[in-house]
Design a protein around this ligand. Structure first.
Ligand SMILES: [Zn+2]
Length: 153
């Protein structure tokens, strides 16, 4: 007799509360400290291919060169290269939905930074939009020291 029923499979309902810590690493720590203390967005530039990484990474993905000491300061302005509108709610989200989560290529950077865009309705959001960082009034020592980005005036 054909059947989709299986006696040896069942779903266990459960719930996890998961406080955690992680080490941001030398590169990530320097990025977050500069952001927190000086409101500066820093990236790393590869000396061989000149690619600028923001968020910074210590190794160039093209050249595999160690670029961990080659810091450059980025503008707080950039261009949206992609986005989505988050409409569902999860406990870990930084703000209540709906909100716009965008890929933002800062001026002078070659890689996009993911962050929230506010100041316009989702229907008006588009790639190519010019945005500027708005820094948080109170630090959390996280990427949320940039509170959000908003359309450039
Ligand atoms: Zn390179």
């Amino acid at each position: 007799m054909p059947s989709n029923h299986r006696d040896d499979c069942f779903v266990v309902e459960g719930k996890l509360a998961l406080p955690y810590q992680y080490f941001a690493g030398r590169t990530g720590s320097r990025f977050l400290i500069k952001l927190r203390d000086e409101k500066k967005i820093m990236g790393l530039r590869c000396g061989q291919c000149q690619k600028v990484y923001v968020p910074p990474r210590s190794t160039c993905e093209r050249c595999l060169a160690d670029i961990s000491g080659q810091w450059v300061e980025l503008a707080d302005t950039g261009t949206v290269t992609g986005f989505t509108v988050v409409r569902y709610e999860e406990p870990y989200q930084p703000v209540p939905p709906p909100y716009i989560l965008a890929l933002i290529k800062l001026d002078g950077a070659d890689t996009p930074l993911t962050h929230i865009v506010r100041g316009l309705p989702p229907e008006q959001m588009k790639t190519g939009l010019r945005v500027r960082a708005v820094f948080a009034g109170k630090t959390t020592s996280t990427i949320m020291d940039i509170d959000h980005f908003r359309p450039e005036d």
